[in-house]
Design a protein around this ligand. Structure first.
Ligand code: FEO
Length: 403
């Protein structure tokens, strides 16, 4: 049974939620599920904006048919060709063979790649470029290219009539629907930005430059509704969300605080991490979070590292290198282009401590990662001399936080 809802008089949400999925993109845990958003604009001409993942295709077509009534759609606008949004495009074209595909040239190439058996005539395409528009009657759609937010073909569509930005993956959030369509209906709070942050940092975190370019274009638009391809629709606090994006995309920490991530086998390294946190607390540092990198999925730590100004990595030595969980985390942070952070390091080794050297190598290949002294070195367990080093590191971090 259909679950579509109105956003404005003529714009409807026709997507759905997948709560069975364990890993989004087969990579990121989504314990609260995820939504795949699709929209339809009912005007003299009818436009569908993106389709959905195969997991919610039945609901999508129920929603679409209910929204259309006796009418037929004229256009499908493809803002993003990743299969979580285009998996049902092939069936949509089979059901509505007269449909025109509105997309850019890169998208057209990808459609042929993903649907090699589809018989799509060139005349079926309406190819658009930066700033071009399409009239549906009352509604005027404008198209803006947003390459690498998250794939090269991505574009966003602005409905100048109802002042709606269909933002593709930008401003998406992990998590299935909580009932409300709009973020404010679910009582979306500052704390809820955590899943928006985890989505952003892991999915598009690498492409800050390109996201800033999109934000620059968006700044010129009057946006009353923000309609991403995942998560709730925004009609309140849009400015606050854009502010968060500006920080994330420029790799600016949101908060002065310390993330301590440790990789420990028998507890010695964990003990040092806890002592450091306690010493920071004694120095008045209140915003400290400790994570066991072996236990927490790296996507949560990537998100936390984007949030915090100061990062401490503590790792045991393993196979003459750092512990695998720590290597995964640091390489993930590097891959997502994290920069501009103040860093402390703790290494442990029962006979040949090497993890500090290897952690430093990765950090020095990143941009503006300010590794502070001392490098705390444990031999199996924390000793008196280590307490001195940990206090010195706490002093250094507290001093830096106060700057
Ligand atoms: Fe939600 Fe880049 O796909």
């Amino acid at each position: 049974m259909q679950t579509f809802r109105n956003i404005t008089d003529n714009i409807l949400f026709i997507g759905g939620s997948d709560r069975r999925i364990a890993l989004f993109e087969n990579a990121y845990p989504v314990p609260e599920g995820i939504t795949y958003n699709s929209y339809v604009i009912l005007d003299e001409k009818i436009a569908i904006l993106d389709t959905v993942d195969a997991s919610v295709s039945t609901l999508f077509f129920d929603n679409l048919e209910a929204a259309l009534g006796e009418r037929m759609p004229d256009y499908v606008v493809v803002n993003h060709m990743e299969p979580d949004h285009c998996a049902t495009l092939g069936e949509l074209l089979l059901r509505y063979p007269e449909l025109k595909i509105v997309c850019n040239a890169k998208t057209k190439t990808m459609i042929a790649q993903f649907f090699p058996k589809a018989k799509i005539d060139d005349a079926q395409y309406v190819l658009v470029k930066e700033g071009e528009s399409l009239s549906l009657g009352k509604h005027e759609l404008q198209f803006y290219m947003a390459p690498m937010v998250h794939w090269p073909e991505v574009m966003v569509t602005y409905d100048a009539t109802d002042k709606v930005l269909f933002s593709a993956d930008a401003f998406g959030t992990f998590g299935a629907s909580k009932g409300g369509l709009f973020a404010d209906e679910n009582g979306f709070s500052e704390a809820d930005f955590s899943e928006a942050r985890r989505y952003y940092t892991n999915i598009v975190g690498k492409y800050g430059v390109q996201v800033l370019a999109l934000l620059k274009k968006a700044a010129g638009l009057d946006i009353q509704y923000l309609c991403p391809l995942h998560g709730p629709v925004w009609r309140e606090n849009i400015g606050a969300f854009i502010e968060k994006y500006t920080l994330w995309a420029s790799y600016t920490p949101e908060e002065k605080g310390v993330m301590i991530a440790y990789a420990s086998i028998y507890g010695g390294t964990e003990n040092a991490a806890e002592i450091l946190a306690s010493e920071l607390s004694k120095r008045g540092v209140r915003n400290v979070e400790i994570f066991d990198a072996s236990k927490i999925h790296p996507s949560y730590l990537v998100s936390e590292a984007f949030r915090m100004s100061h990062l401490v990595f503590a790792s045991v030595t393993y196979n003459n290198d750092m512990f695998p969980a720590m290597e995964t985390l640091l390489l993930d942070l590097k891959a997502h282009m994290l920069k501009n952070r103040t860093v402390g390091l703790i290494q442990n080794g029962s006979w040949a401590p090497q993890s500090g050297k290897h952690m430093t190598e990765i950090l020095s290949s990143m941009t503006n990662m300010d590794v502070r002294e001392p490098l705390v070195t444990l031999r199996s367990t924390v000793k008196e001399e280590n307490l001195t080093e940990l206090k010195a590191l706490a002093d250094e971090i507290a001093k830096s936080l106060a700057e």
